[in-house]
Design a binder for this molecule. Structure first.
Ligand code: FPP
Length: 258
């Protein structure tokens, strides 16, 4: 799909073409399940938190890759509703890492035209985390090139329950509830649906992530563990996306009569 940001300058177009990517058919919205931090750390004889800390470098690389390729929206599944059940030490470390990263990266992100926001049960996050998210949500002063969406304390089932409660609070009649109505009550109301979902670490699951919004997304699974994920892996996923025939339930082009 051609997006407002999918007209990168000539140098970028050359980089993309050299990587086998058509700059005019880059997905507008890419969603990522960042998985494998714990295994990456264990393989090195380290605690799981070591893997999360190294995962921040992969977040940076992925943001760079999204900017480089002209992706307009990037959603990262950073902390699920279920992640609250992990040991308290790990949860605390993840929240600290998040706050620290937001403090350190906010200026840099702004200067690159990245606007950051969160979806999920933000009220359940530690106050320091909420404050940092509040601070950065203004976004850059100039043009926005990329909306970086962090899914925090998020799960699709939580999101759907919230949406249904809101629709009931608004006294909607059954007839008023259409797919587009539901779209408007989800956390992602003002975002296009992801066209591509990437999951790292060799797991082939969606794990309660954007179940409604991923209805027609292309799914790319890679065995790379999240802390090893770099721009070349992101480009692999975009190439994979561009090689798929997107049918949305219709017949393939080749079998259609003109
Ligand atoms: C899954 O790996 C990863 C997470 C639960 C957390 C993701 C967090 C980061 C990448 C770092 C901070 C993020 C930002 C946005 C600053 P896992 O622990 O489930 O790995 P495993 O499956 O190998 O156990």
């Amino acid at each position: 799909m051609t997006t407002p940001n999918s007209h990168p300058n000539e140098a970028r177009q050359r980089t993309l073409r050299a990587a086998g990517i058509d700059p005019n058919r880059v997905p507008e919205h890419v969603a990522v399940i960042m998985d494998g931090n714990g295994r990456w750390a264990k393989r090195r004889g380290e605690e799981r938190v070591f893997g999360h800390a190294h995962g921040v470098e992969s977040v940076r690389a992925t943001v760079e890759a999204a900017l480089e390729s002209g992706v307009r929206f990037l959603t990262l599944y950073a902390f699920s509703t279920e992640n609250w059940n992990r040991p308290k030490d790990e949860v605390d470390a993840l929240m600290d890492l998040l706050v620290q990263t937001l403090v350190q990266e906010a200026m840099e992100l702004g200067s690159k035209g990245v606007r950051l926001r969160a979806i999920g049960d933000v009220d359940s996050l530690p106050k320091a985390c909420q404050e940092q998210l509040e601070r950065v949500k203004e976004g850059p002063e100039g043009e926005v090139h990329l909306d970086l969406v962090l899914a925090l304390s998020y799960s699709a089932k939580w999101e759907m329950v919230e949406a249904i409660r809101s629709m009931m609070n608004d006294d909607l009649t059954p007839e008023q509830i259409l797919p587009s109505t539901i779209d408007g009550y989800l956390q992602t109301a003002d975002l296009p649906d992801p066209e591509l979902m990437i999951r790292t670490s060799g797991e082939h699951r969606i794990s309660n992530f954007m179940l409604w919004q991923l209805a027609y997304a292309e799914l790319h699974f890679t065995s790379v563990l999240w802390p090893d994920f770099r721009m070349s892996h992101f480009f692999d996923a975009i190439r994979d996306f561009q090689n798929r025939e997107r049918r949305f339930g219709a017949l393939p082009q080749s079998t259609k009569t003109s």
